[in-house]
Design a protein around this ligand. Structure first.
Ligand code: AMP
Ligand code: MN
Ligand code: MN
Ligand code: MN
Length: 289
């Protein structure tokens, strides 16, 4: 069993990169990918810890992209985390995040919530290069006693329809895919059916078709949130477009939800055989550079 979608304290996860390796050993995973939001700063520690413990550690990153007024998430796996083009894209995204974080704080203050920047920063658990995002705001709102739980923090303040929400700059998928390819990565469409709601199969098919023309390699066919119909549709569309299957839990740490590493809500299984074809495709992209 493997898990190709996880977060650490380098973004909005709870475990440090080496703690994530330890947890993967305990969970009996053959391989685990670290795919933090908009940063590769956890990967050196992650890869070293993986070598030390004999777990296959896959270097990754997750990048949200803009999609006709909405967003979609791409996961790059086997990326060269020293690649300058990738590092430049990520730091430009992070600069926009910082501006947005200041605006979210101002919005909360206008709503009468005296949350401080220090309280939000404190949610990074002492990791100084943490990419601060809405989950850190949500945790600070809960810890400050302003919200009962994370769900309430998102539904009242931080969700895209909520009072303190601020959009942020998102790159287009074309350049993001090209950049991850130049960094020798294989590009996966993350959780295209995640989040519940009605399944819009036609729309998803069109999205995948366009992404394939932009170079998309793979799609998450297994994901914590998927029910059986979602898994089935993801798998059929992957076959239709010749996309490689990938999958993961989107684990953020035991304490922020009931999602478990490698197991999701309990039924997730990502087969170990899916790793080699993904690695081969990444090597192909590397060979073109
Ligand atoms: P950001 O990248 O700053 O826009 O924050 C998005 C992150 O917030 C996601 O990666 C999730 O970790 C988290 N998130 C978004 N919506 C929710 C929600 N309803 N409940 C809990 N976490 C959420
Ligand atoms: Mn997250
Ligand atoms: Mn995502
Ligand atoms: Mn994720």
């Amino acid at each position: 069993m493997i898990d190709l979608h996880t977060h650490s304290t380098a973004s909005d996860g709870r475990l440090s990169p080496s703690e994530l390796i330890e947890a993967s050993c305990r969970a009996g995973l053959e391989a685990v990918a670290l795919t933090d939001h908009d940063t590769v700063s956890g990967l050196a520690e992650f890869m070293a810890a993986g070598r030390h413990r004999g777990v296959t550690a896959v270097p990754g990153v997750e990048i949200a992209c803009s999609w006709y007024g909405l967003s979609l998430h791409l996961v790059g796996l086997f990326v060269d985390y020293e690649n300058v083009v990738l590092l430049e894209l990520l730091s430009s995204i992070r600069r926009h995040r910082e501006e947005r974080n200041r605006q979210i704080l101002r919005n909360l203050q206008k709503l009468g919530i005296p949350l401080t920047d220090a309280a939000v920063q404190a949610e990074s658990q002492g990791c100084e290069s943490t990419v601060i995002g809405r989950l850190h705001f949500a945790r600070a709102l809960v810890n400050g006693g302003y919200c009962l739980d994370l769900q309430q923090a998102f539904s009242r303040y931080l969700g895209s329809q909520a009072a303190a929400y601020v959009r942020r700059f998102l790159p287009l998928p074309g350049p993001a895919i090209e950049t991850m390819h130049r960094a020798g990565g294989v590009v996966v469409l993350a959780h295209p059916l995640g989040g519940g709601g009605r399944i819009q199969r036609g729309r998803l098919r069109q999205k995948m078709q366009r992404l394939v023309s932009l170079g998309l390699d793979a799609v998450e066919v297994r994901y914590s949130d998927y029910d059986q119909p979602r898994q089935q549709i993801a798998s059929e569309l992957a076959d239709e477009f010749g996309l490689l299957p990938s999958g993961g839990s989107d684990f953020h740490g035991e304490h922020s939800s009931s999602i478990r590493l490698g197991r999701g809500y309990g039924n997730l299984v990502v087969p170990g055989e899916w790793l080699a074809p993904l690695r081969e495709r990444a090597l192909f992209h590397t060979s073109l550079n």
